[in-house]
Design a protein around this ligand. Structure first.
Ligand code: F6P
Length: 319
């Protein structure tokens, strides 16, 4: 192994830069040359690359987004695109590739691995919807960003005796929503993993009012329902007036938390170690605080369950 490439792909996540920095420096430390591929698979197809040096990845550990930029490439999803990408990797004289991203990125990495190219995936997504790792890079920061917003909304909700609905991201999973709900002390959380029962929610809201609650916060995962639809349903079902906030892409930005910068540094380093040991077609993970590696398909073939303990705690704490 002499020369490796690094790319970030799919939705950006805070901590991606810390992973790029760690992988670059660990690779250089072990005598490798490193090339950064810009704009994910899209940039790979166009050979849009920059050399990465110890200095060029300086001053980025704390920066949100990704200095390599990112894209969701439609071209690469097609078999012809994947053949073309392999040609580009060979032209660039690369012996291995580290890919930071979520499920889509890992599926792309798997396609390259199946064609014989050495790859290691590093899980970076605010959704935390990747099995094989307790947490993904960016999740902790997104939870804290959303939490900060929800705490501010709680202030105004309590001043005005209002009902607030806050929609958080997460694609088809409720990790972000349930973590934000528990940490913010929200009364209710709607997640895609559990069918939404609006009538039951209205009943709970009614009982809460009767027991003296003057305001309530509902966190809804985008994959469960939109906050606007939920507000309309609450109005239709029980006449409740709710204020709606959709947090949106603000959840993807900002400096990584200490947790994410650390996780990203460890995973970036672990990916280089794995490539040097001749491992390929794998993803790095963190289980019980230890760095581990699994075959890439674990990411999409295994379902990472939401914590029952967290959900039932939400129920108990919302009285
Ligand atoms: O996967 C990260 C994520 O932010 C999801 O939570 C969200 O559903 C999606 O990306 C939004 O994608 P885009 O930035 O392409 O609109």
């Amino acid at each position: 192994l002499k020369r490796i490439g690094i790319l970030t792909s799919g939705g950006d996540a805070p901590g991606m830069n810390a992973a790029v920095r760690a992988a670059t420096r660990c690779a250089i430390y072990r005598g490798l040359e490193v090339i950064g591929i810009r704009r994910g698979f899209e940039g790979l197809l166009e050979s849009d690359v920059i050399p990465l040096t110890s200095r060029s990845v300086g001053g980025i550990i704390h920066r949100g987004g990704t200095i390599l930029r990112t894209a969701r490439s439609e071209r690469f999803k097609k078999p012809e695109g994947q053949v073309e990408a392999l040609d580009r990797l060979k032209e660039l004289d690369l012996d291995g590739l580290i890919l930071v991203g979520g499920e889509g990125t890992f599926k792309g990495a798997w396609a390259l691995y199946k064609k014989g190219f050495p790859v290691v995936g590093v899980p970076g997504t605010i959704d935390n919807d990747i099995a094989g790792t307790d947490v993904t890079i960016g999740f902790d920061t997104a939870v804290n960003t959303a939490l900060d917003a929800v705490r501010k909304l709680r202030d105004t909700a309590s001043s005005h005796d209002r009902l607030f609905i806050v929609e958080v991201m997460g694609r088809n999973s409720g990790f972000l929503a349930s973590a934000v709900a528990l940490a913010s002390g929200a009364e209710y959380v709607l997640v895609p993993e559990i069918p939404s029962d609006v009538e039951k929610l209205c009943e709970k809201l009614y009982n809460a009012r009767r027991q003296g609650k003057t305001h309530s916060l509902i966190i809804v995962a985008e994959g469960a329902m939109s906050a606007r639809d939920l507000a309309a349903k609450l109005k239709d079902t029980a006449g409740y007036e709710a204020r709606v906030t959709v947090l949106g892409h603000i959840q993807r930005g900002g400096s990584p938390t200490a947790f994410d910068a650390t996780l990203a540094s460890r995973m970036g380093a672990h990916a280089v170690k794995a490539l040097l040991e001749g491992q390929s077609g794998i993803m790095t993970g963190s289980l019980w605080g230890q760095m581990v590696a699994h075959p890439l398909p674990v990411a999409w073939e295994e379902k990472k369950p939401l914590s029952d303990e967290v959900l039932s705690l939400m129920e108990m704490l919302s009285i």
